[in-house]
Design a protein around this ligand. Structure first.
Ligand SMILES: *Cc1c(COP(=O)(O)O)cnc(C)c1O
Length: 431
């Protein structure tokens, strides 16, 4: 498949002998695209190097956190300084306040915020909070949106519209997902119908406002506006899962682009700059249901960890520099436009789109608008493109159904080089 019959293969064989599938998170295993995952030894700016010393331009960005690129000097220094003072105390530190105050200022819909260690934990807590605050059991999520791997969120749509969801993972009893309704993304009518039928039983609606876990599919303003209005009307909490979009599509997240204030926002990824930091925040009246003030339990030994938080603070300082998102958004848009042009020129049914510093690469002639359309992608074509690019030193996400990320370390020159590589790959796909 590639010239890497190499350290990566040796390491992957060793890994599979001790770690299920050889990886600690499934998509890393290359199951979707085939071949051997690259074992990374280091990263710098827009690049990573594998165990053979081969360099790749990286568009995975640790799946979102690395908006400053790899090993940004200010972030590394903050982590080193914090580590020197001690790794964890299990007692409050001032840096937790610093990051809390920074985030709340950048996202005005957040009046209170609590820090945890992963997006999964934050989304799980947000759901529990919504149920605790409303005294209701039902929740609504959308097909193709990912909110981490808490049991009640591992659900796929039932057989009929508005029927209860089915577990999408073994090990989740149907009793646990019976209160989760799964609706079509970007379908406001279904939301209306669901609220008509279950209105007073719905604790919350959770959504990725710009979905980034079924490749890239922005919510329409009508869809998100309907969601906000129905939640208000029926006393359900409107939860925006901005783990991926927060500080990624804009400084104020997707909610600033759509001008919608959710009741609760879930954050992760960029907020920790590559360290395990996540958070949930929102209106005071809801957030104060969390213990110790309220009856909704939540806790974490390493929550607000000082070394992790230091990386977050350093990252949040950098992204507030003037013009940061303008430049990054323009570079990412240029990249998407360049990919579209290259595909068109070669006559390959490929398309690209971007929002802020996030992009989608689709093995389909048009960007998709919902999960069903995402699933129509030509997976075989994507996989061939992926491996041609990988061999040529460009590392995209190893799946046709994942979004991509540009960092501030990917300057115009890096993008230009990637586009030239893509042109050659498209030409080869055609021949
Ligand atoms: C990545 C992601 C999560 C899960 O976060 P982890 O830190 O991987 O647990 C939740 N929601 C969205 C939208 C994400 O992109």
């Amino acid at each position: 498949m590639s010239q890497n019959s190499s350290q990566n293969d040796i390491l992957f064989t060793r890994a599979q002998a001790i770690i299920p599938g050889g990886v600690n998170s499934p998509v890393r295993a290359f199951r979707s695209v085939g071949g051997t995952p690259r074992f990374i030894t280091r990263g710098s700016g827009p690049y990573v190097w594998d165990a053979d010393g081969k360099r790749y331009t990286d568009y995975v960005g640790s799946w979102g956190p690395l908006i400053l690129g790899h090993a940004h000097p200010a972030v590394i220094k903050a982590v080193q300084d914090a580590a020197t003072r001690g790794l964890s105390f299990g007692m409050p530190t001032e840096d937790e306040l610093t990051i809390a105050e920074m985030v709340v200022k950048l996202m005005p819909s957040l009046e209170r915020i609590r820090f945890v260690s992963s997006g999964t934990e934050a989304a799980m807590t947000a759901i529990r909070l919504a149920r605790g605050a409303t005294g209701r059991a039902k929740i609504i999520k959308f097909e193709g949106c990912y909110h981490g791997h808490a049991d009640s969120l591992l659900v796929k749509a039932g057989s009929g519209l508005l029927t209860n969801g089915h577990p999408s993972s073994a090990g989740v009893p149907p009793e646990i997902t019976q209160h989760t309704l799964v609706l079509d993304f970007n379908n406001p009518q279904q939301l209306e119908d669901a609220f008509k039928k279950y209105g007073e039983q719905i604790a919350c609606v959770i959504v990725e406002p710009i979905a980034g876990n079924m490749n890239l599919v922005p919510g329409t303003p009508e869809f998100l506006g309907t969601m906000r209005a129905l939640c208000t009307k029926h006393g359900a909490l409107c939860i925006f899962d901005e783990v991926m979009t927060g500080f990624r599509v804009a400084l104020g997240g997707a909610q600033s682009l759509y001008k919608i204030d959710p009741d609760i926002t879930v954050l992760g990824k960029v907020i920790g700059g590559g360290m395990p930091v996540a958070a949930l925040g929102g209106k005071k009246q809801f957030m104060e249901h969390l213990s110790p003030l309220g009856g909704v339990y939540q806790a974490g030994t390493l929550s607000g960890n000082p070394v992790a938080v230091a990386a977050g603070v350093a990252t949040l300082k950098e992204i507030q520099k003037p013009g940061f998102y303008d430049t990054l958004g323009r570079i990412t848009a240029d990249f998407a436009a360049g990919m579209n042009a290259a595909a068109k020129q070669a006559g390959v049914p490929f398309s690209a789109a971007s929002v802020g510093a996030m992009f989608g690469l689709f093995a389909s002639p048009q960007p998709p608008a919902n999960y069903a359309e995402v699933m129509q992608a030509d997976k075989e074509l994507f996989n061939r493109f992926f491996h041609l690019m990988l061999d040529a030193g460009v590392h995209f996400a190893p799946s046709a159904y994942e979004a991509g990320f540009v960092s501030s370390a990917h300057g115009p020159e890096v993008i230009k080089t990637t586009l030239a590589t893509a042109q050659a790959a498209f030409a080869q796909l055609k021949s």
